[in-house]
Design a protein around this ligand. Structure first.
Ligand code: ADP
Length: 399
């Protein structure tokens, strides 16, 4: 089946919110988008539906995911585009964890939802909400083909040497303990854009997705070969509130000496660490402003972030065996020129030669390096919704 117009509705359901977009997947045009927040809160929910630059806002209690998606359908009926007259070709839902079971975008069937449910122990915070979104979307659009797009799937090509943790056999074989990696939809989209911009598929690229969550990915000839997030999104780079890499013995030390329990340790490392732990702020913009005003704590945090990034890029260049390109994505990567300059300025050893003016002026897809630079660096605004939409249509056309 070939799409006459390629419209796809992408629904990303979180624990208390839903983001959606109706996209034209060939051009990437966003026909409508919306955000439903504070789902399940008795104080009331908020729903914003945006069409042609106009926000339509509703408030009122939104008890659960089914009510949220009914509110989404009502907003399309009231404010357009009319999905009854022109249903989308597909509905795509992001799912955080696909375990080893899902290595590609998958059509939603009863077996798929059962398998996503079975993966809940690996992603207890994310998969239940993703699944609730899928089930509510199925109820809302029973006649439209639906797909799950997994944030781990792009990393299914990691070689065993990269995904294996050196832990007891029973952990690896029976408890599914290994690196899975996340942000795969973004790393896939960004690395494919680098290929398109460079006009080559045979590239060794490092993608740095730097948002609230941050991860690095080494991509060789279009395939992920190493990535910094692990069994969960806690490992790797310094993030908004997550610590990234630490000695795994730190929690044992604090359990023994301070009596912290598992939930306290989990909360501290996932929600009170990273930029927040280092500075009291988790928003990089605020930290950059503080540093620019001479705040030493903020500058020291940025130094930690930059050091970690430089360390990862160096290691990934060695893993790749060569380096053609580095791409920055995510809110911080796309918007903070000073951070990009600080990282790229330390990569001369790899042959990176920054074009300072290009880096400073970059506000969309942009090349950041000089013609003489051996490695090209780019800003690539990520577009996970478009990647999801395109994967749904590809699957429709070639199941
Ligand atoms: P998420 O990972 O939740 O999708 P984003 O990709 O939007 O989040 O990234 C959020 C981060 O990007 C925050 O630290 C925010 O401060 C930072 N950010 C967003 N806009 C800017 C900007 N103009 N300058 C610097 N940092 C920015």
């Amino acid at each position: 089946m070939t799409s006459p117009d390629g419209r796809v509705l992408v629904v990303n359901a979180g624990s208390s919110s839903v983001k959606y977009q109706l996209l034209q997947s060939d051009s990437g045009e966003v026909l409508a988008k919306g955000l439903i927040e504070q789902i399940g809160e008795s104080s009331g929910g908020k729903h914003r539906h945006t069409v042609a630059g106009t926000d339509n806002t509703r408030t009122g209690e939104i008890g659960d995911m089914t009510t949220a998606l009914a509110s989404m359908a009502a907003a399309f009926a009231d404010f357009g585009p009319d999905l009854d007259a022109e249903p989308p070709m597909a509905v795509g839902g992001g799912v955080v964890h696909g375990g080893t079971r899902f290595s590609a975008t998958t059509r939603i069937t009863a077996a798929t939802t059962d398998a996503i449910r079975d993966l809940i122990p690996l992603a207890p915070l994310h998969n239940p909400a993703n699944l609730a979104g899928i089930e509510a979307a199925l109820a809302q659009f029973p006649d439209v083909p639906q797909f799950a797009v997994f944030d781990t799937a792009f990393h299914s090509t990691l070689p065993a040497a990269a995904y294996t943790y050196a832990v007891p056999k029973v952990w690896r074989e029976d408890y599914h303990v290994r690196r899975y990696g996340f942000h795969g939809t973004s790393h896939h989209y960004v690395s494919a854009r680098v290929s398109a911009l460079m006009g080559r598929a045979d590239l060794a690229t490092i993608v740095l997705h730097l948002g609230n969550g941050c991860s690095a990915c080494a991509v060789l000839d279009g395939e992920s070969v190493e990535t910094s997030m692990g069994m969960t999104p806690l490992e790797g780079l310094v993030m908004g509130t997550r610590c990234g890499d630490i000695d795994p013995a730190v929690p044992f030390h604090l359990a023994r000496t301070e009596g912290l329990d598992v939930d306290q340790l989990d909360t501290a490392l996932n929600k009170q660490s990273g930029l927040l732990g280092l500075t009291g702020d988790n928003d990089f913009r605020t930290i950059a402003e503080r540093a620019a005003a001479g705040d030493r704590e903020a500058q020291a945090a940025i130094d930690v972030v930059v050091h970690r990034l430089v360390k990862y890029v160096g290691a990934y260049a060695a893993v790749l065996g060569r380096l053609d390109a580095i791409a920055f994505a995510g809110g911080i990567g796309e918007h903070n020129a000073a951070l990009r300059a600080a990282v790229l300025g330390r990569l001369g050893i790899l042959g990176v030669e920054v074009d300072a003016a290009a880096n400073e002026g970059a506000d969309a897809e942009a090349l950041l390096t000089t013609p003489a630079s051996r490695v090209a660096a780019f800003v690539i605004p990520t577009n996970e919704e478009l990647q999801i939409a395109r994967e749904c249509l590809e699957h429709l056309e070639r199941p």
